[in-house]
Design a binder for this molecule. Sequence first.
Ligand code: SF4
Ligand code: SF4
Length: 112
Amino acid sequence: MTYVVTENCIKCKYMDCVEVCPVDCFYEGDNMLVIHPDECIDCGVCEPECPADAIKPDTEPGLEKFLELNAEYAKTWPNITVKRDPPADAKDWDGVADKLEKHFSPKPGEGD
Ligand code: SF4
Ligand code: SF4
């Protein structure tokens, strides 16, 4: 089992999650984060920290696509452990539909 970053992180990217993870298993893309499924120890402390409610346990149904996406990009995006300012328009993107299809960026973020 692992925790998974899902669609609502895209363009919200608040980064509260990275500060609480005891094993530093968040990786940063251009406009979202992912969790490395082999590094996550399933502690669950990040889930309630996410203001966008974007972190879910992989035991929830329907997350296959995001589990795959987290696993794939955690291999190449840089590690992130320190929170930076969220995007200025993060609030406007909270809850917007079809973000994966329309706004996902495969580009890496800055990392720490
Ligand atoms: S706190 Fe939530 S929205 Fe922010 S980066 Fe982490 S998963 Fe994404
Ligand atoms: S569940 Fe725990 S180990 Fe996994 S990403 Fe969240 S804080 Fe890190």
